[in-house]
Design a protein around this ligand. Structure first.
Ligand code: GDP
Length: 585
């Protein structure tokens, strides 16, 4: 849709010329009225011009993008100024992430603001030695990964919190891998050193096994002992952050066109859409026309974490922004547009495309193609990206799988590794795959029940392998349009190990609770610990109250003995399954 006013200059005519022309053709149209496409074609034909109908808003978006691209290129070194580091805190549950963030917030709020009541806006700034540090206030790697999956890399430094009494735990390793994948420097906070049974050196040893070697042992990682509870070592941790920030030489141009990242957003009943934005470059000011994803508006007001109004926000500063017409999504990129109209047109065009695509993504991996559709795309001559989320049992197999997959890349099919990590397939993996249109490849790992349900519901493709070459064969086959019949393992039952008994002459027997399906004697099983397959085989014995049982249903307890397998622990999972062939359609 366009108006005569917009169209006339493109045809080197005045609006009056065109109104006259249409009048002669029997159409009464005013200069500001939107014209249907057919009418535009008619006018162009009359005037001997060619029209190419561009998707509405695309043009403006391309122009805007060009403006930004040009600008990104000519970043003159002399214009860059030091900016505060942006820090995300990660670690295993209960290791003290929240406590640490609270402690830092209380002790080191921006000078002059002390005593003010801080509000949770998703990020805050603290001061150490007169220098600011920005903390993302949502601990954990889920948010971090979801942001990254959308193409947003706001975090400069990751603080990995490890409780000194508990040591390295599964989520510690997960967080570590996410940070490593993102190539973000890590500082370890060894927390809870006030505890009697704290063993910080054990943490150092365990992390060294994960290739994170402490500086004091000749490695490259700063590890700081702290107690978030008592406030011990927190200053040292902040000093360490500043040291790493100096090494990283974090700078941005405060005069550049504004780019920011939406950290969180919600609809406030009194104030309308409110978004917390982390400014990455440039300086956002009240009155600026802005666009973030499908939302646009003028900055009506900006508030810091104390609820104070601020007139402007420079690089690394988090602010609540009021004035959007709709609520943008977390992970959306904010840009300041040259004028209101550009902001609106871009936002509207994105909204339309979002509706068409039926997904929530704005930037990032939205262009992915499903494995099963990849051949059709190749045939049509398009360059496509096969987005993948890779999960594997150990780091070694993850690397091996990644390397082999990379070799399959060709001119017409690129691979996008949205996320690669060790561990079982979780809800957050499936959500990530869903927003990025990725296929999940699991190697020796399984989805948990929630993940499986969401994948089924959202239609996320989930492929599980136990041999690397089978994964490669499948992807290669998909590329030439010849996916072989697939064998599907149908899970028939799931039992949780609650207790382990030693039975003379028989060995270890697992006292289990059947969580779903039916457990049948002699059936094939996978034995899982933290979502990772650690053994496969068959059920050797199945008992109910010391009696042999042929099968045990959901909700009952039973004793399970596994054939030639003894390493059983409470919390492990026994999954039984059968195999059937899925006919290809
Ligand atoms: P998160 O799940 O990692 O965010 O952990 P929290 O910050 O909620 O802390 C979990 C528990 O550990 C809470 O009961 C805290 O009070 C406690 N905690 C956190 N830091 C320390 C510490 O330095 N020393 C001690 N003794 N307890 C702590």
């Amino acid at each position: 849709m366009t108006t005569i006013q917009d169209l006339a200059p493109k045809l080197n005519r005045t609006a009056a010329d065109i109104v006259r022309l249409l009048m002669m053709a029997g159409e009464m149209v005013t200069a500001t009225q939107s014209l249907p496409d057919e009418m535009i074609e008619l006018i162009a034909e009359e005037l001997g011009a060619t029209v190419i109908l561009v998707e509405p808003g695309m043009e403006a978006e391309l122009e805007l993008q060009k403006l930004f691209d040009d600008d990104d290129d000519d970043e003159d070194d002399s214009l860059l100024e030091q900016r505060p580091p942006v820090v995300t805190v990660m670690g295993h549950v209960d290791h003290g992430k929240t406590k640490l963030l609270d402690r830092i917030r209380q002790a080191n709020v921006v000078a002059g603001e002390a005593g003010g009541i801080t509000q949770h806006i998703g990020a805050y700034q603290s001061v150490q030695n007169g220098r600011k540090i920005t903390f993302i206030d949502t601990p954990g790697h889920e948010a971090f990964t979801a942001m990254r999956a959308r193409g947003a890399d706001a975090t400069d430094i990751v603080i990995l919190v490890v409780a000194a009494d508990d040591g390295v735990m599964p989520q510690t390793i997960e967080a570590l891998n996410h940070a490593k994948t993102a190539e973000v420097p890590i500082i370890v906070a060894i927390n809870k050193i006030d505890r009697e049974n704290a063993d910080p050196d054990k943490v150092r040893r365990q992390l060294t096994e994960q290739e994170l070697v402490p500086e004091e042992w000749g490695g490259e990682t700063m590890m700081v002992e702290v107690s978030a509870l008592e406030g011990l070592g927190v200053d040292d941790l902040l000093e360490a952050i500043l040291l790493v920030a100096d090494v990283e030489d974090l700078r941005a141009n405060p005069k550049a066109p504004v780019r920011g990242l939406v950290l969180e957003a919600n609809l406030d009943s009194g104030r309308g859409p409110v978004a917390t934005v982390l400014v990455e470059r440039g300086t956002l000011r009240v009155g600026d026309p802005m666009v973030a994803g499908h939302a646009w508006g003028r900055v009506r007001a900006m508030l810091d974490e104390f609820g104070n109004q601020v007139p402007e926000a420079g690089p690394s500063v988090p602010v609540q922004v009021l004035g959007f017409d709709e609520v943008p999504y977390a992970g959306d990129e904010l840009r300041v547009a040259p004028d209101d109209r550009t902001a609106r047109v871009v936002a509207e065009s994105r909204a339309r495309r979002r509706r068409l695509a039926g997904i929530g993504g704005g930037t990032g991996y939205t262009g992915g193609t499903k494995l099963e559709d990849i051949f059709a795309h190749i045939q049509s001559g398009e360059v496509t990206t096969l987005n993948l989320v890779l999960k594997a049992d150990v780091q070694g197999s993850l690397e091996a799988l990644t390397e082999s997959l990379r070799k399959l890349e060709r001119d017409e099919v690129k691979l996008g590794f949205v996320h690669r990590a060790v561990g079982g397939i979780t809800e957050s993996d499936v959500n990530l795959a869903n927003v990025s249109n990725a296929t999940i490849i699991g190697f020796n790992v399984r989805p948990d029940r929630k993940a499986r349900e969401i994948a089924e519901h959202e239609g996320v493709e989930l492929r599980l392998y136990e041999v690397i070459y089978q994964a490669l064969e499948d992807i290669e086959a998909a590329m030439v349009g010849m996916l072989k019949p697939e064998f599907e393992e149908v899970v028939t039952g799931e039992a949780e190990v609650r207790e382990v008994f030693s039975v003379p002459r028989v060995g270890k027997v697992a006292g289990c609770y059947v969580r779903s399906g039916t457990i049948t004697r002699g059936s094939k099983v996978r034995f899982l610990r933290d979502g990772v397959v650690i053994w496969k085989g068959e059920i050797a014995s199945l008992k109910r109250f010391k009696e042999d049982a042929r099968e045990v249903q959901t909700g009952y307890e039973c004793g399970i003995g596994l054939e030639n397998y003894q390493d059983l622990k409470g919390g492990d999972l026994i999954e039984t399954y059968t195999i059937r062939e899925i006919p290809r359609v």
